[in-house]
Design a protein around this ligand. Structure first.
Ligand SMILES: [Zn+2]
Length: 448
């Protein structure tokens, strides 16, 4: 890490201070921030009850003013609510909507989820990208954005607009389709920073041509759109010799939710725009700092389609200890798991894609893999498709099998003959149609 950055406060702190109305130089305090958040929460509840047909019904029994404690009594909003109620979430007329994002659901029959944003809502995201990216890039640098960005209001477009305000050139590349070509573009255009999906970046780092890049070409990396396995962060850090920053967000949050500071030990939250809680996914009770639970958020500044206590399905915890950067902003541990990322095996053991990632991605030849669980003659069958750097096929299959067998869930299920592993061979990998990776469960009745 560059010594100059060692004690650098996250740029989110002064930005949030100015957003909540502090004067330049006035220090941000938790008390001031929480006072602002309670005010905004109440304003948002009043606003959605007035303008959104869904929330008028959903919050009919709840009236403002609401304290922090009373917020925990408001009903959750779920992805199913969004699918079922669509435009009834809207607080403005269709003509004021600048961008609609349609998220396909994993099931083929379920309706898609649609999120609506006004021009002002998109500006909030650009503003967050502008200040958040200040952590890892300097004016004059170039960022290659390995994310979709052709459409106005898409993630790549908003990020490039945020970067321009920093004096940084954001070049929209789109998802990586040909690693060789992408690596050539990095070299030819003298790119300083990469933003992309963890597994796509791993694919670049492990490609033989990565070694041909000018040493220390890449000065920082930002991971986006899916949780990042620790094994992937380690591989990227080692290959590029550059700090790897993680970020957590989702379309529903207005893309960006929180980002790491120079110390890279947990995310700082976009607290002027989002109020984030951690709840017990089974009881729905709010959990104290330090406990792992489901991330739930309420938007504080959105106008088109605000969300109240939206359940993300992601598992994380707040870290009680202060960040070494010294900010008063809260810190959330790097995202570990998604509730939907797990499958229950026939012996009732729970298998999570994140555990498989940590077991498999340390294998230096592995570029990507796909896990499918199916059922055959009363047994579960786990089929792993792998994409490799071209190392010896049979040997790769053996290494993958051995690494999987280090996982207790798999080891016990195989030992009790409830689970079989199909032969594993390279070339059997089909890229996933969704950005968020998961175990594909093809059993007749999902046991998840
Ligand atoms: Zn920090």
């Amino acid at each position: 890490m560059n010594k100059n950055h060692m004690n650098k406060l996250t740029p989110l702190e002064p930005w949030i201070g100015s957003k909540i109305g502090l004067l330049p130089g006035e220090a941000l305090t938790r008390a001031a921030l929480e006072k602002y958040q309670v005010h905004r929460l109440n304003e948002t509840v009043d606003y959605v009850k007035q303008h959104s047909p869904f929330y008028r019904r959903h919050l009919a029994d709840h009236n403002t003013p609401i304290s922090f404690e009373e917020l925990a009594g408001l009903p959750f909003t779920t992805p199913v609510d969004i699918r079922k109620n669509g435009q009834h979430f809207l607080c403005v007329s269709q003509s004021e909507i600048e961008r609609v994002v349609t998220l396909q659901s994993s099931g083929t029959t379920a309706p898609s989820k649609r999120l609506y944003f006004t021009v002002d809502d998109l500006e909030l995201t650009v503003d967050f990208f502008h200040h958040g990216m200040g952590t890892m890039v300097q004016p004059g640098q170039k960022v290659l954005i390995l994310m979709p960005g052709e459409l106005p209001g898409s993630v790549g477009d908003l990020l490039a607009r945020g970067l321009a305000r920093l004096g940084v050139e954001g070049i929209i590349h789109g998802l990586v389709k040909n690693r060789e070509e992408t690596l050539r573009e990095i070299e030819n255009r003298k790119i300083d920073c990469l933003v992309g999906l963890p597994i796509q970046l791993l694919g670049l780092a492990r490609h033989p041509s990565a070694a041909l890049l000018e040493p220390n070409r890449i000065k920082s990396i930002l991971l986006s759109a899916d949780y990042a396995p620790a094994a992937v962060v380690k591989a990227l850090t080692n290959t590029w010799n550059a700090p790897v920053f993680d970020h957590y967000g989702m379309t529903e949050m207005g893309l960006g939710g929180c980002v790491e500071c120079w110390h890279r030990c947990g995310y700082h939250l976009r607290e002027a725009d989002l109020f984030i809680e951690i709840i017990d996914p089974l009881t729905g009770q709010r959990l104290p700092d330090g406990s792992v639970g489901e991330v739930v958020f309420t938007t504080l500044t959105r106008r088109g389609m605000p969300l109240i206590r939206y359940r993300t399905g992601d598992l994380a915890r707040f870290m009680a200890e202060p960040c070494p950067c010294g900010t008063v902003l809260r810190r959330m541990e790097r995202m570990r798991k998604r509730i939907a990322g797990a499958a229950k095996l026939a012996n009732r053991e729970l298998l999570n894609i994140t555990e498989m990632d940590e077991a498999l991605f340390p294998l230096p030849f592995l570029l990507n893999y796909q896990a499918i669980i199916s059922s055959r003659n009363g047994h579960d069958v786990l089929t792993i498709g792998i994409e490799t750097t071209g190392a010896d096929a049979a040997e790769c299959g053996d290494h993958v099998r051995n690494s999987l067998m280090t996982l207790p869930a798999i080891r016990t299920a195989v030992a009790s003959e409830m689970l079989r592993l199909d032969p594993i061979a390279p070339g059997t990998y089909t890229p996933s149609p969704t950005i968020k990776r998961t175990i594909i469960d093809q059993r007749e009745e999902s046991q998840c």
